[in-house]
Design a protein around this ligand. Structure first.
Ligand SMILES: O=C(O)CCC(=O)C(=O)O
Length: 294
């Protein structure tokens, strides 16, 4: 078994079907190598400076990690708000929220000699499991080639169907994500996965981004990782994904409301209504306004 791979021009429906069947799918060469190299070059100083600050049993002892992605690497913006990412997040998350958000943005560089990361599911952050509801999806962009030898992300195909419990399910049937630089591994929040051991003599680098239902707390605080003075340079869509928008259409159903003053003071072009209208969330739905609210 492998993680199914698709070319960048494959219909979204095929990728969705593979993700529903296996919990994960790879889209190869979604960005060109030069774009991946640019992101990596921008992240390099931060990885060298702060990469080992997050060393732990789970994160590894020879793995550089960094989270302030958009502060250091504005070239990562097109990856984070990529149309394919949005299309797949729409498919899996939009049925369960008014809009979704970035959960975390993490550069991960597994250095030679690192051992396997424990297999895990990302949605265990949240103490709920609702049948048929995915709480989040993840996207691992390969910023170097990913191979079985260098620690390409390990995935347990079909594990999104394992019931969540205190007992570790059988996750021995993992496979390595093998993909060229510039590809993306898409996986569900319920899919068991983890970094691989790097038995090669070169680093394996990736950018792993998660997207969660808009009514959940974000895993990483994006307002601190990407404060307004930095966020304002990005598109309305990306700012909304970072959390600079509200969740919900009707006034009384909104959360994430900002009542501290004009957003325009630091953003010329606030995310609403641009993104909201884009998502069909621009207007109060008829059934809500007809009832005068909730
Ligand atoms: O580096 C990888 O391939 C996966 C990392 C991961 O899943 C995590 O740190 O949560």
């Amino acid at each position: 078994m492998t993680v199914q791979s698709f070319p960048a021009d494959a219909p979204t429906a095929q990728i969705v079907a593979a993700m529903r069947a296996d919990g994960a799918a790879i889209v190869e060469d979604l960005i060109d190598e030069a774009a991946a190299d640019r992101v990596m070059a921008e992240l390099r100083p931060a990885l060298d400076r702060a990469g080992l600050a997050q060393v732990s049993g789970f994160n590894g002892s020879r793995t550089n990690r960094f989270n302030g992605i958009l502060r250091e690497a504005p070239s990562a913006a097109p990856l984070i708000e990529h149309d394919m990412v949005v299309a797949l997040a729409d498919e899996f998350l939009l049925p369960h929220c008014a809009n979704y958000q970035i959960g975390s943005l993490t550069a991960i560089e597994i250095m030679p000699g690192e051992s396997e990361q424990a297999l895990h599911r990302d949605d265990s952050l949240y103490p709920i499991q609702l049948a048929g509801v995915e709480l989040q999806i993840g996207v691992m962009w390969s910023l170097t080639d990913f191979t079985a030898e260098n620690g390409g992300t390990r995935v347990v195909p079909g594990s999104h169907r394992f019931l969540r419990s205190w007992h570790l399910p059988d996750v021995s049937n993992w496979v390595s994500s093998v993909m060229p630089k510039g590809s993306a591994l898409f996986y569900l929040g319920s899919t068991w996965h983890g970094g691989g051991a790097n038995n090669s003599n070169a680093p394996r680098a990736g950018l792993i981004n998660t997207y969660s239902l808009g009514w959940l707390r974000q895993e990483s605080n994006q307002y601190l990782e990407c404060p307004p003075e930095i966020a304002k340079q990005f598109s309305p869509r990306l700012r909304a994904l970072l959390g600079y928008t509200t969740h919900g259409a009707a006034e009384e159903d909104r959360i994430g409301v900002y009542r501290g003053g004009a957003v325009e003071a630091w953003m010329d072009d606030p995310p609403e209504p641009a993104w909201a209208e884009d998502r069909g969330q621009g207007a109060i739905p008829d059934h809500v306004s007809a009832q005068g609210g909730r």
